[in-house]
Design a protein around this ligand. Structure first.
Ligand SMILES: NC(=O)c1ccc[n+]([C@@H]2O[C@H](COP(=O)([O-])OP(=O)(O)OC[C@H]3O[C@@H](n4cnc5c(N)ncnc54)[C@H](O)[C@@H]3O)[C@@H](O)[C@H]2O)c1
Length: 415
């Protein structure tokens, strides 16, 4: 960063940005961000790739009236991959306490990141937004660490110098909804086509070395879709399940009482004292010692949780303030639940989030940008929120979960 000659009130930095910056709209985003944050730019050089697969490169000089403003701009555009041409090593500061980073720590995005140490760039592992970067020597590695897991003595990256992100560009091998990141949310899109694309992505994941994570809310059971979902588990299209107390509770309620929230799943009417069924279900599972124990004792013989146990699909039920009971399997310590989810999302390549705002956003925050995310919800605001909170790679489908799962199962069955 330097003060421009002849004008002590102007601070400048030369930055370069390369990759698929034109068709992924990264360059216009960078220029817009500079203006929005009160800076100015001069484009020095742009080399546009001629073929579809060619990368482009732009070099620009960013200007601001104060060093602080320039720093703010460089931090913001750094997240789109615009990095200073004059490369420096990152600064490491030892954590002086457990559970908190040193002041000024570098805060991560969900995009692939690298840091520079002794002149060499090394990749940051376990990429996740809103974490810090901890470096270990012998062997030299860097990884994202959440604030709660900081231990005194860890070496933490501080400041922006010596960090660079590699933004996710447009996926050139994908078409339709997955061809563009940040797909528009609309209830007026042709859903059949999008569901077919989702089915194809799930088939590719199952056939290759992909891993499919499903995050689901209780509407999956309330709407009578649990048999569709159970068949996805049986056919190997679910490798990990994240949910809350409600999904598992109402799933078990349907198995024990053939109701969901007291509504008959056979005739759709309410049942006398049906409102107590979910409590009686939780109570019975607590008496048996948990979901696996309920399956093994022969008390729980159908449904989503039953299929997970039968097919060794790992699940994590995270607690919330609304929970009745909860079921013994629910992890009620939110930080511990996050920790376990971080371990379980390792290797996930595709995430399907169905009918839960709370868990979709929570899990979205844990995923690196390279993981394809599909969010299905009846409320467009849920999908928009997920994208706005940083999971910008989300493809949104605004629809009722029941027809969605029915068509998805049909598409996958046709295989
Ligand atoms: N009895 C209980 O213990 C109990 C009951 C309810 C919720 N909870 C807990 O509260 C937390 C939040 O619950 P949540 O995830 O249900 O609520 P949420 O508000 O986070 O999400 C519900 C989502 O479902 C969507 N939705 C509703 N009907 C739909 C349909 N037919 N098709 C598609 N989308 C539909 C809504 O638009 C909303 O986005 C969870 O942890 C849950 O376990 C506990």
């Amino acid at each position: 960063m330097s003060s421009a000659a002849g004008n002590p009130a102007t601070y400048t930095e030369r930055v370069a940005i390369e990759g698929h910056i034109i068709d992924s709209l990264i360059l216009p985003k960078v220029l817009d961000e500079i203006i929005q944050l009160g800076g100015r730019f001069e484009i020095d050089d742009v080399q546009v790739g001629h073929q579809r697969t060619d990368a482009s490169r732009a070099e620009l000089v960013v200007e601001a009236d104060t060093a602080e403003r320039l720093d703010e701009i460089l931090t913001a555009i750094g997240q789109h991959g615009a990095n200073p041409v004059d490369e420096r090593d990152c600064r490491l500061v030892e954590a002086d306490m457990d559970g908190a980073f040193p002041e000024g720590f570098y805060a991560t995005t969900n995009e692939e990141t690298e840091i520079r140490i002794d002149g060499a760039w090394i990749p940051v592992g376990r990429q996740e937004m809103d974490c810090g970067v901890v470096v270990e020597t012998d062997p030299l590695t860097a990884r994202c660490v959440p604030m709660s897991d900081v231990a005194k003595g860890m070496m933490v990256v501080v400041g922006r110098n010596g960090t660079r992100v590699r933004p996710q560009g447009r996926d050139r091998t994908a078409h339709g909804a997955f061809g563009f990141m940040n797909s528009t949310v609309s209830s007026e899109k042709p859903k059949g086509v999008t569901v077919r694309e989702i089915a194809n992505a799930m088939k590719r994941a199952r056939e290759g070395d992909g891993r499919i994570l499903v995050v689901a809310g209780p509407a999956v059971v309330h709407t009578g879709s649990r048999d569709h979902f159970s068949s996805l588990i049986r056919s190997g299209f679910v490798n990990v399940l994240f949910a809350g107390n409600a999904l598992a509770t109402h799933d078990v309620e349907q198995s024990f009482f053939d109701t969901s929230l007291g509504i008959s799943m056979s005739h759709g009417g309410s049942i006398e004292e049906g409102h107590e069924h979910h409590l009686r279900s939780i109570n019975r599972v607590r008496r048996l010692g948990g979901i696996r124990a309920a399956v093994e004792s022969g008390d729980l013989t159908s449904g989503i949780m039953y299929e997970c146990v039968r097919h060794d699909v790992p699940f994590l039920l995270a607690g919330s303030i609304r929970d009745d009971g909860p079921l013994p399997d629910v992890v009620t310590d939110a930080v511990e639940a996050q920790r376990r989810m971080r371990e379980m999302v390792e290797g996930v390549t595709f995430a399907l989030m169905i009918a839960t705002t709370l868990h979709s956003i929570a899990v979205g925050n844990l995923l690196p940008a390279r993981v394809k995310v599909v969010c299905v919800d009846i409320n467009p605001a849920t999908v928009t929120k997920l994208a706005d909170r940083g999971t910008f790679q989300t493809v949104g489908l605004v629809t009722d979960v029941e027809p969605f799962l029915r068509v998805l199962v049909d598409e996958l069955r046709e295989d």
